[in-house]
Write a protein that binds this ligand. Structure first.
Ligand code: AMP
Length: 214
C-alpha cells in the first residue's frame, strides 16, 4: 500500500505517519526531514535549499522530484510507503504518478487532514523534539513526563525547528493554500482522496485514518 498524507503544516502528518508506519509496516518518507538532514550535513543539496526552507517557501519542484525518485527506488520502499509533505504542487503530483507508473505502482489512498489555520499557528509555535531520537513534544499539549527528559530515550537535549516561528508559519500556510491545496481536486478526480477531521485528538485522527484505509 502506498499512501499520501496531505494537510497544512502542523496538521499532524508526521505524528500520524509514524503511527501508520508502525501499524502497517510501511516506510515513512518525509521530504521536510530529508531536507533538514541535508541542511544539517552541509551537503550541496543542503546548502542549495537552506535559505528557502528557513523562509517557509517551497523548494523548486525539480530538486524535490529528483530526491523522492531516488528514495523511492531504494529496496525498503518495495513494501509500501507513506509520503508526508510530498507532493506539494500539482507538478509534483503528476511527476509522482509518472514515476510510479514506470514501476507498475500507484498511490492507493490520499488522506487529507483538515485543520483550521488559527489552530495550526498555536500547534506549530509550541513544538519541540528530542535532539537524540526525534520524539515530538509541545509546550501546551505534550510535555515530557519528567521535565527536561525525553520519555522515549532519556535524552536531555531538545531542539526547535527554525521554521516553526509565527512569521515563517504564515509563509508556510500561504504556500499551502496557494500551491498545495490545488492538489486536492487532482486526487478527488482520481477517486483516491479521503478527508479526515484533523481537529480531533491524536487517537481520534488515527482511528479515522484507519477507517479511511479499509
Ligand atoms: P515540512 O517538514 O514538510 O513542513 O517541510 C519543511 C519545509 O521543507 C517546507 O516549508 C519547504 O520549504 C520544504 N519542503 C518540504 N517538502 C517539500 C516539497 N514537497 N516541495 C517543496 N518544498 C518542500
Amino acid at each position: 500500500m502506498n499512501l499520501v498524507l496531505l494537510g497544512p503544516p502542523g496538521a499532524g502528518k508526521g505524528t500520524q505517519a509514524a503511527r501508520i508506519q508502525e501499524a502497517h509496516g510501511l516506510v515513512h518518507l518525509s521530504t521536510g526531514d530529508m531536507l533538514r538532514a541535508a541542511i544539517a550535513s552541509g551537503s550541496d543539496l543542503g546548502n542549495q535549499v537552506k535559505e528557502i526552507v528557513e523562509s517557509g517557501a517551497l523548494v523548486p519542484d525539480d530538486i524535490i522530484i529528483r530526491m523522492i525518485e531516488e528514495r523511492i527506488a531504494a529496496p525498503d520502499c518495495a513494501k509500501g510507503f507513506i509520503l508526508d509533505g510530498f507532493p506539494r504542487t500539482v507538478r509534483q503530483a503528476e511527476a509522482l504518478d509518472s514515476m510510479l507508473e514506470k514501476k507498475s505502482l500507484k498511490i492507493d489512498h490520499v488522506v487529507e487532514l483538515k485543520v483550521d489555520d488559527a489552530a495550526l499557528v498555536k500547534r506549530i509555535s509550541g513544538r519541540f523534539s528530542c535532539a537524540a531520537c526525534g520524539a515530538g513534544y509541545h509546550d501546551a499539549f505534550k510535555q515530557p513526563k519528567t521535565e527536561g527528559v525525553c520519555d522515549a530515550c532519556g535524552g536531555k537535549e531538545f531542539s526547535r525547528r527554525k521554521d516553526d516561528n509565527p512569521e515563517t508559519v504564515k509563509a508556510r500556510l500561504e504556500a499551502y493554500h496557494a500551491q498545495t491545496a490545488p492538489i486536492l481536486p487532482y486526487y478527488r478526480e482520481r477517486e483516491v482522496l479521503r478527508t479526515v477531521d484533523g481537529m480531533a485528538d491524536f487517537d481520534g485522527v488515527t482511528a479515522q485514518i484507519a477507517a479511511a484505509l479499509q
